[in-house]
Design a protein around this ligand. Structure first.
Ligand code: UDP
Length: 354
């Protein structure tokens, strides 16, 4: 069986690492990796392949830093060429990026079976490019591997049971990665106090909206007076912070870190503040409270069980959430919200038997 894996962005490298490790246990399965180049610089891409020992991509398409239309179109053209040459049995796509959608559309039009890992997630905010990508990808997939009960329910609500696809609750593929790489976690070289907050901001809804970004940074500045805030800065955020000349005194800004350093930061912080999807779950895996800097989340079960507060980009709400974060539940969390940490095993087994 030949699998064509489409990757392009940081969270996809992290997810694919676990699946690749599982695939390597099966001699009868060959994985061909296509890296679209959506994230391509050293600390957003190379470091993950090196540190996490993800097999080197068989194809690097070099398509990054363009508009959504240009990227998706160019990716489709080049992925189609690869798919025609490689003749895979399956195309696997992850998550919700332009690389995901491009891979999905190519597979659907070439009639190659398509599996979507992290299917069924919804923010119900169609202004997010990620929401558009995930809905369209889900609709053309043959197998929808869902990380949570909420994801399965979303698909049922949208009538996916009436389509020819299969909905499978595989559990979340990030969980096993977090647990596996915990053993290799590495302290970053910057100055780190005993009690610190880990913060990441990269979503277009925050970085491309001056009012929202200013509000978030004003709140962080106030919080930074009390506690160290470590912020590995995504290149998109860095650019806007510099353009808007935002006040970053009191904050420990560092370059994006590799996954081993990230895992150390999550494991050792006292609070996570983020607009990242992946990091909200990782906070839960490491039993850390999380303040989410978005108006909605795809990981609703974390808010429902009291591990996560949605504070949006409202300065007062963020400060209020910070004041109350110690009351967030972290020690008696429900255990298996995202499956038992064996999603990649389930996925490979399901594909083999399909
Ligand atoms: N991450 C990382 N280094 C960083 C920032 C994030 O390794 O400097 C990891 C993070 O732990 C999570 C993943 O990247 O596993 C999330 O990626 P991102 O926030 O870019 O995307 P999202 O999850 O929102 O799609």
């Amino acid at each position: 069986m030949k699998i064509l894996t489409i990757l392009g962005a940081r969270p996809q490298f992290i997810k694919a690492a676990s699946l690749s490790r599982e695939i390597q246990k099966h001699d009868e399965i060959q994985e061909v990796i296509v890296h679209t180049g959506q994230h391509y610089d050293a600390n957003m891409s190379d470091i993950f392949f090196e540190e996490m020992q993800i097999p080197k991509p068989d194809y690097f398409l070099g398509i990054g830093g363009k508009s959504h239309g240009a990227m998706t179109g160019q990716m489709m053209q080049m992925i189609e060429e690869v798919a025609l040459k490689e003749k895979p049995d399956w195309v696997i796509v992850y998550g919700d990026t332009d690389s995901t959608l491009a891979g999905a559309l190519v597979a659907a039009k070439l009639h190659v079976k398509l599996a979507h890992v992290e299917a069924g997630l919804r923010s119900f905010n169609m202004k997010m490019p990620e929401e558009v990508n995930r809905i369209l990808t889900d609709r053309v997939s043959d197998i929808l591997f869902c990380p949570s009960d909420a994801a399965v329910q979303n698909l049922k609500n949208e009538g996916f049971e009436n389509f020819t696809c299969k909905i499978v609750k595989s559990g979340d593929i990030m969980q096993e990665g977090a647990m596996f790489y915990k053993n290799f976690a590495r302290k970053p070289s910057c100055d780190i106090k005993n009690d610190f907050i880990l913060c990441t901001i990269h979503r277009a809804e925050n970085t491309d909206d001056e009012v929202r970004l200013r509000n978030i940074f004003e709140a962080l500045k106030r919080i930074g007076n009390e506690k160290q805030v470590i912020l590995p800065l995504h290149p998109r955020t860095k650019k806007t912070v510099e353009n808007l000349k935002l006040n970053i005194q009191n904050l420990t800004l560092i370059d994006p870190v590799g996954y081993l350093e990230m895992i150390w930061l999550i494991d050792n912080c006292s609070l996570v503040m983020t607009d990242s999807g992946g990091l909200q779950k990782e906070a839960y895996f490491f039993e850390k409270p999380c303040i989410t800097l978005r108006d909605e989340t795809e990981w609703v079960e974390l808010v429902e069980c009291g591990a996560n507060i949605l504070a949006g980009a409202d300065k007062e709400k963020i400060l209020e959430a910070y004041k109350n974060y110690k009351s967030l539940t972290t020690d008696k969390l429900p255990q298996n919200l995202y499956g038992g940490g064996n999603a990649s095993q389930k996925i490979v087994q399901y594909l083999s038997e399909y």
